[in-house]
Design a protein around this ligand. Structure first.
Ligand code: MN
Length: 284
């Protein structure tokens, strides 16, 4: 199932190019609280699958192009990002993380605003993100995949050179695009065998497999949940392969595609209209 939030954060299912509204299927839903919408959807999901299947058969979906998709987990308790988690030159990194505030989160087709700070360059790292299913405290790696509700695409935007540590350069508003939907875990037989691609405009910049992760998702959950509880709807981004990472700048469109998970584009706006030399793309 590909679960989305759309328009005013209504819950829906993306199926066959159409979005099916499932608001009426969720008990006790209050659309004024998007965080609760996601949590209710996750908590009730086991009971909802039959009802959703009936809804899909009913054929009341609207074309995807007629709705605005929103970030599928709009205000997680934690947006936790793995640091240096690929076998791309760093020496066997141990799991480590940084947090992004939820004010960074935007959704599909939204705009990343580059702040007027003295950055060396701005980057957008394509990453597979895990959506947490249930409260995770001191979970062992062997049990960790039971805590995965689904997967989505994530862009970890940063303003390089602004701060020596993670917080400031990773945490400007709009620096955490998430979407387009949450593909439930049952749809992804092996999350460590997915191809991630990133385009800037028409240029393919990155193309790597999640199989190159240094610390796999179960290990990331084990370590993260040993530090602080993970809650339903939390977003755990699994890091990027840094090869091919290059500048993003005003007027560009960034597109992330993860096999079986989805594709999301965001725009870039920079009031200062700064430019950087573009890297040679992998492919045009
Ligand atoms: Mn990252």
């Amino acid at each position: 199932m590909n679960l989305v939030l759309f328009n005013d954060f209504r819950p829906g299912v993306l199926h066959d190019g159409k979005v099916f509204d499932i608001t009426s299927l969720i008990a006790g839903i209050d659309l004024s609280r998007p965080r609760d919408t996601v949590r209710q959807l996750i908590a009730q999901y086991g009971d909802l699958t039959g009802k959703i299947a009936a809804e899909l058969k009913g054929g009341k979906g609207v074309p995807l192009a007629s709705v605005r998709l929103r970030q599928p987990s709009p205000d997680p308790v934690q947006l936790l990002c793995a640091a240096k988690n690929y076998k791309d030159g760093h020496e066997a990194p141990k799991p480590d993380f940084f947090l992004k505030p939820y004010g960074t989160i935007i959704g599909p087709d939204d705009t990343v605003d580059l702040p007027p700070v003295e950055a060396r360059v701005f980057h957008a790292e394509p990453e597979l993100a895990v959506i947490i299913k249930k409260r995770a405290v001191n979970v062992k790696a062997a049990d960790a995949m039971d805590y995965v509700f689904g997967y989505t695409c994530f862009l970890d935007v940063s303003a390089r050179g602004v701060s020596p540590t993670f917080y400031i350069h990773k945490s400007y508003a709009t620096f955490g695009p998430i979407g387009p939907g949450i593909v439930t875990a049952d749809e992804i037989s092996d999350p460590h065998n997915l191809q991630i691609k990133l385009w800037v405009g028409d240029d393919l910049r990155q193309d790597f497999s999640t199989g190159e992760m240094a610390n796999r998702i179960d290990k990331l959950i084990e370590v993260a949940s040993s530090v602080c509880p993970l809650e339903p709807g939390d977003v755990l981004a699994t890091g990027t392969h840094h090869i091919g990472l290059g500048p993003v700048q005003d007027g560009e469109t960034i597109t992330i595609d993860i096999e079986k998970v989805g594709r999301m584009s965001v725009k870039v706006s920079d009031p200062r209209k700064r430019t950087w030399e573009k890297p040679v793309p992998l492919k045009r």
